[in-house]
Ligand binder design. Structure first.
Ligand code: SF4
Length: 358
């Protein structure tokens, strides 16, 4: 079972086609055509989502894996995706899901209430819409988020931020936290490797930071020879510093060869360390390396006294020096984010969760 639900984000064109306004791709559809994301289609003279209620599977992950380092550290997050994507990144690290058609990959129906209940029962503190981009299953994600909030579970969007201006208020109002990819800092990269546009993503980042209450962190996957030059990393970091501010955490993660980009080598740890140093030199306070062992580069430090507030090694918390209000225990300076008196004890585990209707 799975439901087809109407989309609210489309309009009719003079030539009879319907334009989807959910993302900047603005697919223009004739009857029975699907958009590039595959999961939205024109059916009976309206645009619908065809994958409501169906997922590609549920898993308990460490929240650090999203990655979010300033949002309930050490806790488990119940994570799921659906199928399809509205970008076409050649380096996709989840291509088995993002390139899936709904029929060949998706599991049985899970209602928003079932997912919220599973999160509570499994001890997760949040639910993440991840693995593929939740923008394309907005109606399902928003309903799941409402059920989660009702049950005291927080919500996390892991997204490329490629969303239309009309749809983003509803989407981000439902999200307590977001990790948004900033895949590179050149429009050429977005056009050549993702068939997207840089400006649309920068606009979403500014919107989330300045016009919503959603906690924001950013991830840039560094790909050798494509987006890892010192000049580009510096330009990206300066933009984050200037347009979003020093307190937005920035994660540099390591590329590994995948999907249609298997000819590139993995990003060496030294590239991530160099990027982190460049970003910190621009004034950004919370810059992290990811997908490598680098305790120094993955830990959080007090901006006032330099105390190591949260030690991390990959997804494991190794030190904790925050008080119950998220302030440094040594000097009292606040650390931005959502913290409790102690970190969660989930660790680096990953555990599948079965949610299925009878
Ligand atoms: S959400 Fe899908 S159908 Fe709509 S514009 Fe984007 S890619 Fe096209």
């Amino acid at each position: 079972m799975g439901a087809v639900v109407p989309s609210r984000y489309w309009h009719r064109l003079d030539d009879g086609r319907l334009q989807c306004d959910l993302c900047p791709r603005e697919c223009k559809l004739h009857e029975d055509q699907r958009g590039l994301c595959y999961v939205r289609a024109r059916v009976k003279d309206e645009i619908v989502l065809t994958t409501y209620g169906r997922s590609s599977g549920f898993c308990l992950d460490p929240i650090e894996k999203k990655p979010l380092n300033h949002f309930l550290p050490g806790t488990a997050v119940l994570s799921f995706g659906t199928a399809g994507c509205n970008l076409t990144c050649k380096f996709c690290q989840n291509w088995d899901i993002s390139k899936a058609r709904e029929d060949d990959r998706l599991q049985s129906y899970a209602s928003p209430e079932m997912i919220a209940r599973a999160a509570v029962e499994s001890g997760a503190r949040s639910v993440a819409f991840t693995y593929n981009d939740p923008v394309i299953f907005l109606e399902y994600a928003v309903d799941v988020a409402a059920a989660c909030r009702e049950a005291g579970i927080r919500t996390v969007a892991v997204t490329a931020g490629y969303i239309g201006k009309g749809a983003r208020p509803e989407f981000f109002a439902a999200m307590d936290a977001a990790n948004i990819d900033l895949k590179a800092f050149t429009d050429q990269f977005y056009r050549k490797l993702c068939t997207g546009s840089l400006d649309a993503v920068l606009d979403t980042l500014r919107y989330v930071k300045h016009e919503t209450g959603t906690w924001l962190e950013i991830t840039t996957l560094l790909i050798p020879g494509e987006n890892d030059s010192s000049q580009e990393v510096e330009a990206l970091s300066e933009w984050v510093m200037r347009d979003l501010g020093a307190d937005v955490p920035l994660h540099f993660t390591a590329f590994h060869p995948d999907w249609k980009m298997r000819d590139k080598p993995p990003a060496p740890p030294a590239t991530l360390t160099r990027a982190r140093e460049i970003a910190r030199a621009t004034g950004l306070r919370y810059v992290y390396t990811g997908n490598v062992h680098d305790e120094a580069g993955q830990s959080t430090y007090c901006v006032s006294c330099g105390e190591r507030l949260i030690g991390r090694d990959w997804y494991t918390i190794t030190a904790w020096r925050l008080d119950a209000h998220g302030c440094c225990r040594s000097c009292g300076a606040p650390c931005p984010g959502l913290f409790e008196a102690a970190p969660g004890g989930w660790g680096a585990r990953r555990a599948p969760v079965l949610i299925a209707a009878a």
